[in-house]
Design a protein around this ligand. Structure first.
Ligand SMILES: Nc1ncnc2c1ncn2[C@@H]1O[C@H](COP(=O)(O)OP(=O)(O)O)[C@@H](O)[C@H]1O
Ligand SMILES: [Mg+2]
Length: 245
């Protein structure tokens, strides 16, 4: 084992005893529930586009946000992280639910929330207590935990910076499910600390003016693309280059 592996070993996720059987997984987690579907293929395509961008520049921590709630950040984050874990089983992949207000990663995966990022940032527990392995896959997951009173303050804290530094050392790829950009300052604050930000846009729902406002709010963050999330089951997400870096 080389030294990198040893360091990474500090974050070896615990087996989640509460991880539910696969029928508790939301059916929209198509990467798992329907891996042969066209939708699952789109998430793999999204992942390989990120991989190609990684050839140009390192991009370890990738966050997903959207202008408004309900555009599909969580469904996209979960599918993307699972696609990553399948595509590169030798890499350590982590999915972090940073939407402390409406943490949906754990329920979407059929995992019990228990403690998560909120408790970690409150100083109540250690990274090792909150990282779980999802259902015998290689994917490590940090759920949101209990909604704190001051989500923005908590995410803007020095502890969050330390946390991101620690996961950068412990994992090869980190996907962060952020809160929506327009209603809260959270995404704008955290966006700067990410290597890449993907903007999820609900197709035929979110007006372009609203998307533009969100992009403006993220000014300075490394916006690397947008994902058009179709509301219809056969409308699939795709990524297009938004800003060429
Ligand atoms: N591509 C899709 N097709 C069908 N339903 C979707 C799709 N993406 C998201 N949804 C549904 O829309 C709702 C919002 O998605 P979610 O990922 O939780 O949004 P966000 O995290 O941006 O608030 C959820 O009920 C989710 O299951
Ligand atoms: Mg969400």
């Amino acid at each position: 084992m080389d030294s990198t592996m040893e360091r990474a070993g500090n974050f070896l996720p615990r087996v989640d005893d509460s991880a539910a059987s696969s029928n508790a997984v939301d059916r929209r987690v198509v990467t798992l529930t329907a891996p042969a579907s066209a939708a699952a293929e789109q998430y793999r395509t999204l992942y390989y586009r990120l991989e190609r961008m990684r050839e140009q520049r390192p991009m370890k921590v990738v966050a997903l946000t959207s202008a408004m709630p309900g555009e599909g950040k969580t469904v996209t984050s979960v599918n993307l992280a699972l696609a990553a874990a399948r595509a590169n089983p030798e890499r350590r992949i982590l999915l972090v639910d940073a939407d402390l207000r409406r943490g949906q990663v754990a329920p979407t995966l059929g995992m019990r929330n228990k403690v998560g990022l909120a408790e970690l940032l409150a100083g109540e527990c250690d990274v090792r207590d909150v990282v779980r392995r999802f259902n015998s896959t290689r994917l490590a997951v940090i759920p949101a935990g209990a909604t704190p009173e001051e989500s923005t303050q908590v995410l803007a804290s020095a502890r969050m910076k330390q946390f991101l530094k620690a996961v950068r050392e412990g994992f090869d790829e980190v996907y962060v499910d952020l809160p929506p950009t327009l209603p809260f300052a959270d995404a704008a604050i955290l966006g700067h600390q990410m290597d890449g930000v993907l903007m999820v846009i609900r197709a035929n729902v979110t007006p372009s003016k609203v998307v533009n406002q969100a992009v403006e709010q993220l000014a300075g963050a490394a916006l690397v693309g947008c994902v058009l999330n179709g509301a219809e089951v056969n409308a699939t997400p795709y990524l297009k280059n938004y800003v060429k870096k």
